[in-house]
Ligand binder design. Structure first.
Ligand SMILES: Nc1ncnc2c1ncn2[C@@H]1O[C@H](COP(=O)(O)OP(=O)(O)OP(=O)(O)O)[C@@H](O)[C@H]1O
Ligand SMILES: CC(C)(CO)[C@@H](O)C(=O)[O-]
Ligand code: BAL
Length: 286
């Protein structure tokens, strides 16, 4: 496995694969890797000749009062995990390498970036779409892997790739959870013991609403009431948002079905903001 920190070195390292027309899988991350990331890596390894993991805490997707500085980082531990999972190249540039001067060109998916998390984090998805475009231009992957945990981000990336005719195939990977249901996330390490104890209620709320849906409930207000009441029973959690949206457009739905819908939740536990999601798909399917 090779650790690469410059754009030119990554392009050079990928030259043999490109000459051989070998498939390149890219897993973009912000590091502090966990089993959720490694499911993306394992998928990339299974489907490509070369697997690249990028580790870059992208400053342009964090707002002024967000946790860029506090975001967990441990490159040595990340490299050990990547080595153990057979990653070929780890691309871990510093901010100066990715942004040698302030950039004036931005990518933004208009219809998907200012609602839901985009309303809570103005400019976030412009930062995400722009840095992912840079990563795609640098690595020129055959496939790129993103988690369904960041459901809105995945929708933004899919729409960007479609709109800009990018040649990369986007692969969505289901959310990986702890045994108690909490979605694995780098930010979980910042939870206090009490907050960690309370955090699984996010998943419990989603599961309770999904169970009502499976029992035939199609009324959006009732499904959201189940979600919010379950989470609201946990006093140490501040619910930021709970939405039931069309999975493709992320617009609120009046009733669920037949198009797939998704429950999206954001909550604050002390200084940590966590997100989670759960899709609701009717038997009729899409
Ligand atoms: N539990 C998980 N299951 C599936 N994919 C995940 C999971 N956690 C992260 N990912 C995916 O890994 C990629 C990198 O995410 P990132 O590095 O931001 O980690 P993270 O765990 O989402 O951290 P945080 O949410 O705290 O920023 C993203 O595509 C993300 O959706
Ligand atoms: C996709 C990504 C690596 C872009 O910085 C980040 O948003 C993330 O880790 O989800
Ligand atoms: N996966 C989350 C990326 C962020 O919070 O910036």
């Amino acid at each position: 496995m090779q650790l690469i920190t410059t754009l030119s070195d990554l392009r050079e390292a990928l030259r043999p694969a490109r000459r051989a027309e070998a498939a390149i899988g890219l897993v973009p991350t912000m590091g502090y890797l966990h089993r959720g990331h490694m499911t993306l890596v394992d998928r990339a390894r299974a489907e490509n000749a070369v697997t690249v993991v990028s580790i870059f805490v992208n400053p342009t997707q964090f707002g002024p009062n967000e946790d860029f500085a506090a975001y967990p980082r441990d490159l040595d531990r990340d490299l050990e995990l990547c080595r153990a999972h057979g990653v070929d190249l780890v691309f871990a540039p510093d901010v100066r390498e990715m942004y040698p001067q302030p950039i004036e060109t931005h990518v933004e998916v208009e219809s998907l970036s200012d609602l839901l998390i985009g309303r809570q984090r103005p400019g976030h998805f412009r930062g995400v779409a722009t840095v992912v475009t840079k990563l795609f231009n640098i690595a020129e992957p055959t496939r790129a892997y993103f988690g369904e945990k960041d459901f809105q981000q995945l929708a933004v990336v899919r729409r960007m790739v479609r709109d800009l005719s990018m040649r990369v195939a986007i692969v969505g990977v289901p959310t990986v959870r702890e045994a108690d249901g909490l979605a694995m996330s780098s930010r979980n390490v910042r939870l206090s013991a009490e907050e960690r104890q309370a955090a699984p209620v996010l998943h419990r709320g989603l599961a309770a609403a999904a169970a009502r849906f499976a029992d035939g409930e199609r009324d959006v207000e009732r499904l959201l009431a189940t979600l919010t009441a379950t989470i609201g029973a946990e006093p140490s959690i501040a619910l930021v948002s709970a939405d039931l949206c069309d999975s493709a457009t992320l617009r609120p739905v009046e009733r669920v079905g037949p198009a797939p819908a998704v429950l999206l939740v954001t909550a604050r536990l002390g200084a940590v903001v966590l997100i989670d999601q759960m899709e609701l798909v009717t038997e009729e399917g899409p």
